[in-house]
Structure formats: structure tokens, C-alpha cells
Design a protein around this ligand. Structure first.
Ligand SMILES: *Cc1c(COP(=O)(O)O)cnc(C)c1O
Length: 418
């Protein structure tokens, strides 16, 4: 059973000043989870999580994570600017982008960020853009082929297809990039790879770590470069469905430690730092999209129309992603009705739920759409003239703070030149 972190009374109180739909985040959950991650990797003194800004680009959230010792992983100019405005600097910033414009390397270089190169040709571009090679550089590795893990807890396989992915360098390009960077003056090196997304398996990070540790030991032998860190990137998932069980981050951390002891330590590389760039795992469960039922329709199916739409949460419309729904105040009622819960876009994919068993819904009921803290608000858009919602923070003391106001029509028209 998924329980909301918000009660009906709290939601009603908020809606007096901030009408639905809105996104709200749970400070307590975010902090506890960030601490659990840190504890799971405490065996590695240089461990750092670089939160993937694209998942939740909201300064109020980034500042909380900074207080918990996290850095940020940025992928664009504006994400770098946001990181700077939130007080992140130097090696608290990872810049992992692809098809990167020179202007972005320039800002990342000025901020002193770790730059994660997606392609061999970027070595020259980076050198020309900055007029120097940074002291430390990371390179993104793509092992090609198909990445599989055996059975996960839910009995399905984790499988992804790096050979079809646009990211990263081949193994031989990785060694070339390191050799070239070293000639240009780089002293410390990192290796990064992102091979599977939203994994519900404690085996993903340990398997990825083994692959990267072996690659790192090999590249260090071949080139003589000093590997300073391994970046395991994102991909640790969350259970969107109530019948799925959550990853256990302490088991994951222990699995990575075992691989480290077996591969890196014997290779004389026991001083390598472990970095992560988690987005979903850090935030998804700690965000709700709160919306009000505004309409009922009985045609060939039973529809509940709500005041949120895919412009507030795109995942169901584009991936058919499951997001659990709770009707506030009816948490314990029987789910004896079957509905499609839909938004108002002129797009038939704008459905938060299809054939979902829920308690009877009346107009005016407030619904929580779960696990929207990552890749929720951030994927929003303005189709059909829809405006982005507010983002609120539920503080640990129970108070509620506005982090981002809702857009108004003036915002929508602001970029027009008539
Ligand atoms: C998206 C992304 C992440 C975060 O992925 P999650 O699945 O949210 O953990 C991390 N690193 C890079 C380079 C990414 O593109």
C-alpha cells in the first residue's frame, strides 16, 4: 500500500491559497533517503552523490540536497546557471551532457566543474574552448552490446541496449581520450557509464561497478593515467507500483563495496572515489502531484476528469508509465470502482490511469498522484496553453512553503514579439 505524505486536511488548507493542481515535496523523506544513500557508501571516504538536476530543477530542493552533502549533475547551460545560483561550485558540480555547445563547456570550465566528456572529439573542443585541459576530466564509456542482469526481485530481467544508445565512447576511444588528455595536462581521470534506467534490482549498481572497475584497471594499466573516481551515474529505480518492493540502498552499497575490494584494491586502486548521479531514486517517491476531480463522464467507459494534465506529468502519456493514485480522505475505502483518470489536453494519451480500481470519486475530491518528485514537474510543457503549476515544500515541522509560483497567462505571453 502506498500512503501519501499529505492528508486531506493539509491539502485543503494549501488549496485555499494555492489552487490545484500543484506539486508538493516531502522534506523529511528527501533528507532521510539522502542520508541512507550516504550511509550505504560510507565505506568509501570520497563518495559523493551528484543529484541529476534535470529530475527536479528546483532551487529549494537543490539546497536541501546540498545541506545533505550532495553535489549536482548538470546537463545544460541553464542547469549550470541554476547550480551556481544555488551556491554549488567547483567539484560539487558534474557536467554530463551530450551534443555539447562550446558555450556550455566554457561555463562549466569557469565554475571549475568536473566535465564528463561524451565523445572523443570533445577532447579537442574542450581544450580549444578553455585554452587548457582541466586538471581532472571524466569520460563517458559505452560498452556497446546488450546489458542484461538476471532476475530481479519482481522476476523480470533488467535489460538495456547500450549498442543502440547515442551516449559515450567505445573502449578504445576511452583509452585514446585519456592518453590525449594526459598529454594536454590532465592529471586525474574519471569514468562514467549509464546503462539501464529505473532498475528495480539491487544488482544493477554492483554489476555496473564491476564492469567499470575492470575497465578502469585496464585503462590505467594501458595508459598510466591515474583514475581518481568512478561515476556510477543514475538508474537506480523506485517502485512505482504498489506490488513492487523498493531497492535496498544498503545492499546496493555493500554490493559495490565487494566489487571494489575484489577488483580495484588488488589493482592498487584502493583510493578511487565513488560518485553517483541519481535523480529518480533521490526524489521520485517524495513528490506528489495533487489534483482535483472536476468532471465525471459516463460513455463507453467511466471517466474522471481532473484539473491536472500531461503538461504537469508527462510520464503516463509518453511511456504509459504507472503512477499510483490515492483519493485523499478515502485512503481506506474499498477500490470498487474502475475509472480512467484523465486530463484536459486534446490528446487521447492524456490519461493518468486507465481501468484503475479506485474508491468512488465525487466531483471536488482531491487526488494524490504518487512518485512525481522526479521527472514530473521538470518534464512539463505548455501544450494547449497549459500553464506550469506551483511547487511547494512540506517542511519537516509540517509547515508548507512555496518554492515556485504557478505560471500565469502573462508568463505564457512573455516571450512573444507580437
Ligand atoms: C538522467 C540522468 C541521470 C539520472 O537518472 P535517474 O534515472 O533519474 O537516476 C544521471 N546522469 C545522467 C547523465 C543522466 O542523463
Amino acid at each position: 500500500m502506498k500512503k501519501p505524505f499529505l492528508t486531506l486536511a493539509q491539502a485543503k488548507e494549501i488549496a485555499k491559497t494555492c489552487p490545484t493542481p500543484f506539486h508538493i515535496y516531502d522534506e523529511r523523506g528527501i533528507r532521510e533517503n539522502a542520508r541512507a544513500l550516504k550511509a550505504a557508501f560510507a565505506w568509501n571516504p570520497g563518495f559523493k552523490e551528484y543529484f541529476a538536476v534535470k529530475a527536479t530543477p528546483t532551487p529549494g530542493i537543490l539546497k536541501i540536497l546540498r545541506e545533505e552533502g550532495c553535489g549536482v549533475d548538470c546537463s545544460s547551460l541553464t542547469e549550470l546557471m541554476m547550480a551556481e545560483r544555488c551556491g554549488f561550485g567547483g567539484e560539487e558540480i558534474m557536467f554530463s551532457s551530450n551534443e555539447t555547445p562550446a558555450s556550455e563547456f566554457e561555463l562549466a570550465g569557469r565554475l571549475g566543474a568536473y566535465i564528463n566528456l561524451d565523445d572523443l572529439t570533445h577532447v579537442d573542443i574542450l581544450y580549444k574552448t578553455l585554452g587548457r585541459a582541466p586538471g581532472a576530466v571524466c569520460c563517458r564509456f559505452n560498452p556497446g552490446g546488450v546489458f542484461t542482469l538476471g532476475e530481479s526481485k519482481e522476476g523480470f530481467q533488467v535489460m538495456d541496449n547500450p549498442g543502440q544508445a547515442k551516449y559515450g565512447m567505445t573502449r578504445s576511444q576511452l583509452a585514446q581520450a585519456f592518453a590525449k588528455l594526459r598529454e594536454l595536462g590532465t592529471k586525474r581521470f574519471g569514468i562514467h557509464a549509464f546503462l539501464a534506467s529505473n532498475t528495480i534490482s539491487n544488482e544493477y549498481y554492483p554489476a555496473l561497478a564491476r564492469l567499470l572497475f575492470e575497465t578502469a584497471a585496464g585503462v590505467a594499466r594501458e595508459t598510466g593515467c591515474q583514475i581518481a573516481f568512478i561515476n556510477l551515474s543514475g538508474g537506480v529505480g523506485v517502485p512505482y507500483r504498489p506490488e513492487q518492493s523498493a531497492n535496498d540502498i544498503s545492499v546496493i552499497g555493500e554490493g559495490v563495496r565487494r566489487a571494489y575490494e575484489e577488483i580495484l584494491v588488488p589493482a592498487g586502486m584502493g583510493d578511487v572515489d565513488i560518485f553517483t548521479e541519481l535523480g529518480r531514486f533521490m526524489l521520485a517517491p517524495f513528490g506528489h502531484l495533487v489534483t482535483t476531480a472536476v468532471h465525471q463522464k459516463h460513455i463507453y467507459k467511466e471517466y474522471i476528469g481532473v484539473d491536472a494534465c500531461a503538461a504537469n506529468l508527462m510520464r503516463p502519456a509518453i511511456y504509459g508509465a504507472y503512477h499510483h493514485i490515492t483519493v485523499l480522505g478515502k485512503e481506506d475505502a474499498a477500490c470498487d470502482h474502475v475509472y480512467d483518470v484523465v486530463g484536459s489536453l486534446c490528446e487521447n494519451s492524456d490519461k493518468f490511469a486507465v481501468d484503475r480500481a479506485l474508491p468512488e470519486i465525487e466531483i471536488g475530491d482531491m487526488l494524490v498522484i504518487h512518485d512525481t518528485g522526479a521527472h514530473g514537474f521538470s518534464m512539463g510543457y505548455n501544450y494547449n496553453g497549459k500553464l506550469r503549476s506551483a511547487e511547494l515544500l512540506l517542511r519537516e515541522d509540517g509547515s508548507v512553503e512555496l518554492m515556485r509560483r504557478a505560471e500565469t497567462p502573462d508568463d505564457y505571453f512573455a516571450t512573444l514579439v507580437w
